[in-house]
Design a protein around this ligand. Structure first.
Ligand code: GLN
Length: 427
């Protein structure tokens, strides 16, 4: 293989735990994807999107850069939300999910030797994409304070001095993620302001903000979802690429529709790469999401709009999973956003030494971390599978994951209740 794949050709945590869950018929609360269907209006929109009777260009290439029927709807929505006129033709890129948008952005922005700052735990795709772009990852951990009584936002704290100390002349990008995977933390206005001030002190530094869970947010009066691109009248607008997608919002992770929004000079970094990588992305899914975004504003299932229904549904599921974990003596770190719960597993006793001897291709550490072994043991013995957060840490900070596991609640009620029953029976 080419050297850009050095250390990156092994299977990932996703390749290890989903098959393991299947092998042991374990309830899989690992990989985060909804196990139910998108709302009917999305399915209808997709039918319409492929039907030449409705849309003459339905089945041909979309516009490269941004597919305008989608970009127009996005521009309208974000212009209102951010109180800024967004130009759909120059300030939006649409592509095959945020994974693809991010790949293009990093390829377009990062030179060999540039540094990219990641706040750990960080979704595993970030570091691999940075490495493939020739960049160097620099890690700043969110320090967990498991004694904090607050939500994940208080438990996982960012030490601003530590962040500042990691910035050098080579730091090109800071990747933010709010609501945060895996913790559910939402960055507060105070934190975002401090980050913005720090970024402004470094003229070459830009922010990529991954906000794919923007609509899965709960106590929004206490903790609203905030985009760093829009705070304080857009103080950081010129320096931010905001990314989001439809997969989580409309429960259609397989449709792979994502977008980046920002000033033309940053959006162009995405589109200039995209034109050579995938030229454009699938037309019907983009058209279907354009229609769905319009429909989502309408009343839905007794709620003022689809987004309210979605948040309410997930809040209920968060409650079900919290209860299920309590039954096993695991303390949930309440996530104010996203569809994962980080649980404190320090009280669980299990035969670490035996499990740690099992081969694991996906875990690069010489010694299997406690959370990794615990997730394997829970799968094999109890029949419940979680994701070990050590997959989201670099080697030097992996110890911070030791006493936590990430459980997904984007699953049917019956699935969550069955996981609770299994945990209760065992513990
Ligand atoms: N983002 C999802 C998660 O964290 C899915 C990850 C993936 O499939 N690579 O579980």
């Amino acid at each position: 293989f080419a050297s850009r794949l050095d250390g990156l050709d092994a299977p990932t945590v996703w390749h290890e735990f989903s098959p393991l869950a299947q092998e042991y018929e374990s309830i899989n609360l690992g990989q985060g994807f909804p196990d139910w269907n998108p709302p009917d209006f999305c399915i209808d929109a997709m039918r319409q999107a492929t039907d030449p009777k409705f849309n003459r260009n339905a089945n041909q290439y979309a516009r490269s850069y941004a597919h305008l029927p989608l970009a127009n709807v996005l521009a309208e929505g974000y212009s209102k939300k951010w109180n800024r006129e967004i130009n759909p033709a120059t300030q939006i890129a649409t592509a095959s999910g945020v994974t693809n948008v991010l790949y293009c952005a990093l390829q377009g922005l990062i030179d060999k030797g540039d540094e990219v700052l990641l706040l750990e735990p960080a979704f595993d795709i970030y570091s691999s994409q940075v490495n493939m772009a020739g960049g160097t990852c620099v890690y700043c951990p969110l320090r967990p304070d498991l004694t904090s009584k607050g939500t994940a936002s208080d438990v996982f704290t960012l030490d601003m001095d530590e962040l500042r100390s990691k910035i050098t002349d080579k730091t090109k990008v800071l990747i933010l993620n709010t609501p945060h995977n895996p913790t559910g933390k939402m960055f507060s206005l105070k934190e975002l302001r401090e980050i913005a001030q720090t970024v402004l002190e470094h003229p070459n530094l830009i922010v990529i903000s991954d906000e794919v869970y923007e609509h899965i947010v709960f106590d929004t009066k206490e903790e609203p979802h905030l985009s760093i691109a829009s705070i304080d009248d857009g103080i950081l607008w010129d320096r931010t690429l905001t990314m989001s997608s439809s997969g989580k919002t409309f429960s259609c992770t397989g449709w792979k529709v994502g977008w980046a929004i920002g000033p033309p000079h940053l959006v162009k970094a995405v589109t200039a790469i995209q034109q050579w990588v995938n030229f454009s992305s699938a037309t019907p899914t983009q058209d279907a999401i354009a229609l769905s975004l319009q429909q989502a504003k309408e009343p839905y299932q007794g709620f003022d709009n689809y987004y309210e229904w979605l948040a309410n549904e997930y809040e209920r599921k968060r409650g079900l999973l919290t209860k299920a974990l309590q039954g096993a003596g695991m303390n949930s770190i309440t996530p104010p956003g996203g569809f994962f719960i980080m649980a404190d597993t320090s009280q669980i006793d299990f035969p670490y030494e035996t499990i740690a001897k099992q081969p694991s291709e996906a875990m690069p550490s010489a010694q299997m971390p406690r959370d990794w072994a615990l997730s394997r043991w829970l799968t094999q013995e109890v029949g419940v599978t979680a994701i070990p957060p050590s997959a989201f840490y670099s080697e030097s900070n992996i110890h911070l994951a030791k006493d936590t596991l990430r459980f997904a609640f984007c699953k049917g009620d019956d699935t969550i209740l069955e996981a609770g029953r299994r945990l209760n029976v065992y513990f």
